[in-house]
Design a protein around this ligand. Sequence first.
Ligand code: IPE
Ligand code: IPE
Ligand code: MG
Length: 253
Amino acid sequence: MAAYAAILFIGDNMIDKDLIPKHVAVIMDGNGRWATKNKVSRVSGHNQGMLAMKDIIKRADILGIKYLTVYAFSTENWKRSAEEVGGIFKLLVKYVASELEELHHNNVKVRILGDYTQIPDSAVASIERALKTTENNDGLQFNIALNYGSRLEIIRSVKKIAALACAGEINADDIDEEMISKYLYTGEENGNVPDPDLIIRTSGEERLSNFLLWQCAYSEFAFTDSLWPDFTPDEFESIIEEYTTRHRRFGGR
Ligand code: IPE
Ligand code: IPE
Ligand code: MG
């Protein structure tokens, strides 16, 4: 008897659920240009970006994606004006206040990638509340990369491993890919997030800007000219659909 494959419809197209990416990472870029285009402040652009993000989380969940990682603030973004940086963290507080209940209701587990202890206290308190509230959820894992930089993350992992070696707990020869991965933000402290299958960047820029450099070794990429606040769940879905037609080879044939 024929087994029924688990399928999902994207528009009229039947998609095998096994082809849906497990982990999608998004570089949410273009809030500032959206603000300029719409003659509003940059912080208003970030606010609009936050609204776009809410809708993408919901669609990711509907599509059966297990991990969604968003790049919200990089270690380099501190170079921006105090007004913009402060505005971004205020928005984070606002986001947690307005959305945490629904995220929790939807069984979403929130995780932070990055050193969030360096951000303003009010934002740290909001984050800790979000982490605590959702810690036992087992639905979509929503990773927010916040004060995140991949090179720093790799340095941090290497330092932890060096300390183990100095303490005589490991030998240099024990160091392998698995060990380096284990001590990244995506490693054991955040439930061992699998490498991203797909990385999406909006706003027409085609670079990684210090995002998931180790983890992206075999990721697929998708770029769109849409500015992040204009990026819709339907566009997200059509990128996912296109991804399901790609042939990933991981070095094999
Ligand atoms: C992305 O939008 C959000 C953050 C980096 C916090 P930008 O603020 O980088 O938008 P552009 O690139 O200036 O348009
Ligand atoms: C990357 O965007 C960081 C985030 C989206 C949070 P940037 O706008 O900071 O990147 P660059 O400066 O254009 O490379
Ligand atoms: Mg930008």
